[in-house]
Structure formats: C-alpha cells, structure tokens
Design a protein around this ligand. Structure first.
Ligand code: FES
Length: 581
C-alpha cells in the first residue's frame, strides 16, 4: 500500500529536488534503493536490541527480517537500527543503569533519522522499557514487537523455567537439599533456547502490559520465541506500522492516555507481574505528562483479583499461559475492570478487539471468583520508614509476615551481607527484619538485590521466608516478603539511612504501613549526625545518572526527560544543511 503523502516526516529528507534531497537519496543507493523508490513511501525504523551477547534477544534479527517483509509488502521501506542491547544476566553493575541510556539513544535516533514510524524490537527486561520511553518522547507511531519467552525444559520433576526455578535451586543448595552435581547438571540444562525468561518475570510482564496499553498486537507477546507464529506477528507488525505511519493519527499520545495506564496496571495485578513494571510505568507516564501517583497501583490492586496461575505468583510458565489463550484471554476475563474504550494500534478499541476465548483452561486462568490467591497481588506501603512509598509483591510473599514486628539487622553493603549472612553469631532469627540500604537509584543504581538471602542455618531449620527491606529492586522471577523501592532512598538521607541494628520495624499490610518504631527525638539526633555518602563517580554517563536520576516513586527517569510535549527542532531549521559536506 504505497501512499503519496506530503505529511510524512521522511519527506523532509527525500522529497525535495535540491542538494540535500540528492544527498539523502543517493546515500541510500548502496542499499539497493533507487531515487524512484522514494515516492512517498513511509520509512519505518526497526529499532532492535539484538546482540549475540543477549540470548533473550537472539531471535530479534530474524524477527526484524520478517517485519521488513511486512513493511515492504505494505508499500513502505524499512531500515534496521541497532540499539544498545541490555542483557539482564551479563551487564554490570546493573541493567537498570542502562535503561535510561537506551531511552536517550532511542529518542535521539528516531528524531535524527527520517523515520515515519518504528517497530520496537526487544525482549530482555530493560530493553522494551528503554526503547518505549525514548520512542514516546520522539512521538512517532510505534508498535512493540517482543522476542517472546524461551521454551521451558520438561523434566521428570516438572517444567523448569529460567528464573524462579533458579532461585528455588539456589535455596535448595543452601539448605542442603541439593548437591553440587545436581547444580552443575541444572546449569547445562536451564537456558537452551532464545527468548526471555519464561515466568511472569519482568520481561514477560512488560511485554504483557504492552498489549493492555494498546501498543502491541493482541495475543503476540506470549508466543514462545522459536514459534513460527511469532514470525507471523512480526510480519503483521510490519504491515500495520506502514498503515499507521501513513495515516499519522495513531501517535503514542493518541493511544497512551491515563485510562490505558490503568488497564496496564489492572493486567499487571491480574497476572501477579513484576514490581519492576511499576517503576517502568511510572517513568513512561511521566514522559507523557500523565499523572500517575504510586498509590494508583495500590488502588487498582485492591479490587483486581490475581487470576493467572503463573510463576512466581503461581505454578505454571508462560508456555501454558499462551496455550490457555495468552494475554487476550486474561484481558477478557478481567474485562469488567478495564477501560474498554481505549484505542489500540489495530485502530480498534480494546473492547472491540477482545472476544470470548474458545475455551479457558481454568487451571491457568482462574475464574474471578476463585483467584490464585486472595487479596491484592501488590501493595504500596507508606510510613515513617518509607514516606514516599515502598512496594511489596504480596502474591509472591508469605502472608504470615504481613503483620510483623521484629528487630532490624542492617547491612550497609551487599558484599558484607554475602560474606556474613550465614554467620550464626550475628544473632539473626526468623523474626529479624533484614535490611540492605544504600542500594537505591542514587546509591547503587538500584540493582535487583531486594530478595536478601535467608541465613543458611535458618533455611536448614525450615524457615522459607523472612521480612526483608531495601531501597533496591527485585527480579520479577523472585519471591519472598521483600519490601522494595523504599523512598526516599538511604543515599539521599531517607529514613532507611537512620535505622540501627536492633531497632524495631513494624509492617502492617492491611493498613499499608511500614514504620520504624524509634522516637522522633532520637531520629532527629541520628538525622543531624548522618552524613551523605561521598559521590564516587566524577565523569561520564554514570555521573549524569547519579546527578539526575529520580527516586523510585517517580520512576527513576532523569529529571530533565520527564513530562511535557516532545521537544523537536523547529521544522526546516536543518533541512537545507547536509551534514559532513
Ligand atoms: Fe533476559 Fe530474564 S534474563 S529476560
């Protein structure tokens, strides 16, 4: 469907019969294009985080080729633009540091090139959030195309995913139930296909909420990575982005309004999805200038039941969820909680796009009246220990600790914690509240260290959960009563910085309270004595991060990137200039 249109952004590069037009067209001759090909075709960017150092994204190059075929068939032209690949398990010090860098790269790349629309190809945890944050700021029409979950391994002891199963194996090893040989065999078998983690971890949760937001094709995100139907989804995305770019009306801002965000949160709650999605949605909303207070997550979670029986909140993996109808089946089940009149990339509303599934596997997608677990799947806590908020994934935690008072044991850094946690002389008991601080966005770029380990000697006694608090994040595949994202963080003087080992901490989930039971005069004295940690980073991107990252309840984006209309150069300012000549 080739369509002449003077409204296309790319026409500023290619339509003019002048020196810049000549340069722009002739520059692309080595790709096989001829000047007659520039006849008003929409130009589509395939922004891909493919890299062979990132197996979660290993199929993205093939998917980009499929998407290119869809673009060409629909009368557009596609160019693949490699973007920073963030491999969750390999990149140091933490993948989260690079989400904002990828977002900046994506935004500037889209703005700088003659693109009328983009397909965002990502998979591993931070890739889609980074691409998406950048793309909404650039403002061109977009479609999200994810790599899809990896294929889990079928074993005599059950189906093994790549995330939650690992944590359980580690726990079994520490409690003496597994030996080193079992663990080595597990290492050889655990990750054998391309694709992202196969639980409802961060990657799956981010992908899923893109369907609820209306920016990924309904039903596309849970298709396993090696499944041919993912190639079909890629071709569909290619065809559809040409139509959207040609029409020019379905911009990100036309789709992503506050009701779409409510839909995303509603789905997240029904899935028992990752707490990392909270941070990403907060950042995305702020980029769009949409008011999304942290409390909104709690308000929605109070009424939406957890109905998806997938790890870590349930039993199965995303392969079973896909077989049970995938995200559209979950959305259909929770339709009464959704804003059905929100727009999607299909050009139809969410309500028009949903239809009754042929059959629902009630073991995987539960009826509303029989949820996987009673109560909200996540909560937002406030109190003297986290005045700006903290989050707890209640669906993956032990309800026995939801009303708890216990003495704090404070770890100042993760290495000390790792070196000493198993030392019985620390006096840690099952009632102790384990605290790790200084690991928030400013302090340590907010790594996934929030699932603090339980001392091995307690695990051997059968203790499976303890109350843990940090200003860090937690892997979406992890579990436990881990209170995360405490804000303000310790490194900027938040109350977490004032806790001493032995202080009593009180958690009251029902009343959403997290308090440090130390009298105000004593806290004042500690506050006056507190000294901010010295800033160790003096240059480069990490300094920019340290100086400008916002707190967790604001999404940890940079302060200078949030809100307002997308900034762009005035039309025509550089159109007559040929860079490099
Ligand atoms: Fe890439 Fe889990 S390690 S999605």
């Amino acid at each position: 469907m080739s369509k002449k249109s003077n409204n296309l952004r790319s026409s500023r590069w290619f339509d003019k019969q002048d020196l810049p037009g000549f340069v722009h067209r002739s520059t692309l001759t080595p790709t096989g294009l001829h000047r007659r090909d520039f006849d008003g075709k929409p130009v589509i960017g395939l922004l891909s985080t493919w890299s062979d150092i990132n197996p979660c994204n290993l199929n993205l190059r093939a998917l980009a080729e499929e998407a290119r075929q869809g673009v060409t068939a629909a009368g557009g032209m596609a160019f693949e633009l490699p973007a920073m690949s963030i491999s969750e398990n390999l990149i140091k010090p933490t993948s989260f540091l690079f989400r904002n860098l990828l977002a900046m790269e994506a935004e500037e790349m889209i703005r700088a090139y003659p693109l009328d629309g983009v397909i965002l190809l990502g998979g591993c945890d931070k890739t889609i959030p980074g691409l998406l944050m950048g793309a909404v700021s650039a403002g061109v029409p977009l479609i999200v195309l994810t790599s899809g979950p990896s294929i889990p391994k079928d074993t005599p002891s059950g189906v093994q995913g790549t995330g939650t199963t690992v944590w359980k194996f580690v726990d079994s090893l520490r409690s003496g139930k597994l030996d080193e040989e079992d663990f080595k065999r597990f290492e050889d078998e655990i990750m054998t296909t391309p694709g992202h983690c196969s639980e409802m971890g961060t990657a799956s949760s981010v992908a899923a909420v893109c369907e609820a937001l209306g920016i990924a094709e309904l039903g596309s995100t849970m298709i396993p990575a090696p499944d041919g139907r993912r190639s079909q989804a890629a071709r569909n995305a290619g065809r559809r982005i040409v139509e959207i770019a040609s029409a020019g009306t379905l911009t990100p801002r036309a789709i992503l309004d506050s009701r779409a965000f409510d839909n995303a949160i509603t789905l997240l709650c029904a899935l028992g999805g990752s707490t990392n999605v909270i941070v990403h949605l907060l950042a995305l909303a702020r980029r769009l200038g949409i008011s999304l207070p942290l409390e909104r997550f709690d308000n929605i979670a109070r009424r939406v039941p957890l109905i998806t029986n997938v790890q870590p909140s349930g039993e199965h993996l995303t392969s079973r969820l896909y077989a049970a109808g995938g995200i559209p089946a979950v959305l259909y089940q929770i339709r009464d909680y959704l804003n059905l009149d929100t727009m999607t990339i299909s050009g139809k509303t969410l309500g028009e796009s949903l239809s009754p599934p042929a059959a629902i596997d009630n073991d995987v997608i539960k009826p509303l009246s029989q949820p996987v677990k009673q109560g909200p799947s996540l909560i937002v806590l406030k109190g003297s220990l986290a005045p700006a908020g903290a989050v707890l994934k209640t669906s993956a935690a032990d309800g026995a600790l939801f009303r708890h008072r216990g003495p704090a044991h404070v770890f100042e850094d993760v290495q000390t914690m790792a070196d000493t946690i198993d030392d019985p002389s620390l006096g840690i008991t099952a009632d102790t509240v384990l605290i790790l601080r200084g690991v928030g966005p400013v302090g340590a770029m907010m790594p996934e260290w929030g699932m603090l380990p339980i001392p091995g000697y307690l695990m051997k006694q059968g203790i499976k959960d303890m109350l843990r608090i940090s200003d860090a994040r937690m892997s979406g595949t992890a579990y436990g009563t881990a209170i995360l994202h405490a804000a303000p963080e310790a490194a900027v003087g938040g109350p977490l910085a004032l806790v001493k080992t032995g202080d009593i901490i009180a958690l009251d989930v029902e009343n959403r309270r997290l308090d440090l039971l130390v009298d105000e005069a004593e806290l004042d004295r500690r506050r006056r004595q507190w000294q901010a940690p010295g800033k160790l980073i003096s240059r480069g991107y990490r300094k920019l991060y340290q100086d400008h990252v916002q707190q967790a309840h604001l999404g940890c984006d940079f302060d200078f990137l949030a809100g307002g209309e997308e900034s762009t150069l005035p039309d025509g300012l550089f159109d007559g200039w040929v860079g490099g000549w």
